[in-house]
Design a protein around this ligand. Structure first.
Ligand SMILES: Nc1ncnc2c1ncn2[C@@H]1O[C@H](COP(=O)(O)OP(=O)(O)OP(=O)(O)O)[C@@H](O)[C@H]1O
Ligand SMILES: [Mg+2]
Length: 464
């Protein structure tokens, strides 16, 4: 059966889910990358801020120290003391911030060492010395401070440069992640739309169109066209539906053919039986009665002159026998029209027209002989139609047309009577309809009130 629709639908669903899922995973991954880069950028900014502040502290210390050394005024020591108080906490903060970066940690470590050496090895002793004797603080000592501060500032500068390049590369990574997220989102969207469009197209082609074809064929079948079949072979369950439908149509057509054949056999068998009975009546009892009547007539001539009563009795007997023969003939004709077997459809229809109480116009164009079942059916159609005209129509004229052409015997019987005929009102029209259909023919009755009645019959002639 190939892969079914269900499997294909499930496969399409899985592919779609994979595409959408992969798009979302990549989007989330890119967003996480962006978030990480932003956090790192924030961290670097913090490192730069703290570094900047520390550098200022060192500068404040150096400026305060130099002011105090030159002037001897204690107020110059105020920024030095403030910077000295804040320095350990802030340098600790910086150490913590760079703890996870070994290169920066080494730079900070150098600053810590240089800072400690500046504060404890130079600044504090200088303050104490200046307090003791300001004149002892030489210009050389002051220049030494400047040199040490320059070394520390160079370390700060290296730290800042390294952190700035870190910040820059983080910014680049963040930008790349944002670009990637955009591309992945757009590609996922396009792929999803394309997949949905392809799936919809496939569904239309594989399901909707074939179901429409099956529905159209079902309509033709319902209208009586049993040769209608669904073309093509669909996928999976649809293919199964099409082949089951075609099998059903073939079975219906076959059954109808069988039914028609069996109806035809029944009608033919009944006609043959009636014909046999008619022959038996004609050749048997009818002939016997005719010869008896002849014998009575002969006996009549031998009756003595003095027995007129006997002659009269024989006369009545001969008349009675003659009437019995007539009655029998009438009955035989009802059972099977002997003229039909003897002379064919044309003469038989002429005989019907002659016997009709309503005047009949004939227009016959039929071969001398047609297959017997066709002749019998045509005869009974015309016989029933003329009998109905006489019984129900109150018509002044009836016409009978018969023409055999292209393998079809076409019959039309019309009258100018009251109309209103329907098959089903009695048994006559139903009977001839059955007979016509048993031979694969069709019969239509057109009989509007007050506009006469027309019976049209088409009987297939070939293949009989
Ligand atoms: N030519 C006609 N004109 C008017 N009415 C008709 C004509 N033929 C038939 N009918 C009407 O149609 C009915 C059905 O006709 P149908 O031949 O089937 O039955 P029937 O003639 O009444 O009885 P049966 O034929 O069994 O003796 C009739 O009863 C009659 O009312
Ligand atoms: Mg009738």
């Amino acid at each position: 059966m190939g892969s079914g629709l269900t499997q294909r639908a499930v496969a399409a669903g899985i592919v779609l889910a994979l595409v959408v899922g992969a798009t979302f995973v990549m989007l989330l991954y890119s967003m996480a990358g962006m978030r990480r880069s932003q956090l790192q950028a924030g961290h670097s900014t913090q490192v730069l801020v703290v570094t900047n502040r520390l550098e200022r502290r060192i500068m404040d210390m150096e400026t305060g120290l130099r002011g105090f050394a030159i002037t001897g005024q204690e107020r110059f020591l105020q920024p030095w003391q403030e910077a000295l108080a804040a320095y350990p906490r802030e340098i600790g903060e910086l150490e913590q911030l760079v703890a996870d970066n070994p290169a920066q940690r080494a730079r900070v470590h150098r600053i810590v060492t240089a800072g400690a050496s500046y504060i404890d090895g130079y600044a504090r002793p200088l303050v104490q010395a200046a307090r003791r004797d300001r004149a002892a603080v030489t210009a050389m000592a002051i220049a030494e401070g400047e040199r040490r501060v320059d070394v520390i500032r160079a370390d700060f500068s290296a730290l800042v440069t390294a952190e700035q390049s870190l910040l820059e590369s983080q910014q680049k990574r963040s930008d790349a992640a944002a670009r990637r997220a955009g591309v992945v989102g757009a590609a996922g969207l396009i792929a999803s739309i394309a997949l949905i469009a392809a799936y919809t197209g496939y569904l239309t082609r594989a399901v909707v169109a074939p179901v429409r074809r099956v529905a159209a064929t079902a309509g033709r079948l319902a209208g009586g066209d049993l040769a209608a079949r669904v073309p093509g072979r669909g996928v999976g369950e649809i293919g199964l539906l099409q082949s089951s439908f075609n099998t059903m149509a073939a079975t219906l057509a076959h059954n109808r053919e069988e039914l028609a054949a069996s109806r035809s056999r029944i009608v033919t068998a009944a006609d043959q039986a009636r014909r046999r009975i008619e022959r038996n009546l004609h050749d048997g009892i009818q002939q016997r009665l005719v010869s008896l009547a002849l014998e009575v007539r002969t006996a009549q001539t031998a009756v003595p002159q003095d027995r007129p009563d006997l002659g009269e009795q024989l006369n009545r007997l001969a008349d009675g026998l003659g009437e019995a023969v007539d009655d029998l003939r009438e009955i035989s004709r009802g059972i099977h029209p002997a003229i039909l077997s003897r002379a064919g459809l044309g003469p038989a229809l002429k005989a019907l027209a002659r016997r009709s109480p309503v005047p009949v116009e004939l227009d016959l164009n039929v071969p001398t002989r047609l297959p017997e079942p066709v002749e019998v059916a045509a005869y009974y159609v015309v016989s029933e139609a003329l009998a109905n005209t006489a019984k129900h129509a109150r018509a002044t004229l009836a016409t009978v047309q018969a023409e055999a052409r292209d393998g079809v015997l076409h019959l039309e019987v019309r009258d100018d009577g009251a109309g209103g005929a329907t098959a089903g009102g009695g048994s006559g029209l139903v009977g001839v309809t059955d007979r016509v259909e048993a031979l694969g023919g069709t019969m239509t009755i057109t009989s509007p009130p007050a506009q006469g009645t027309t019976l049209v019959v088409d009987l297939p002639v070939g293949g009989q």
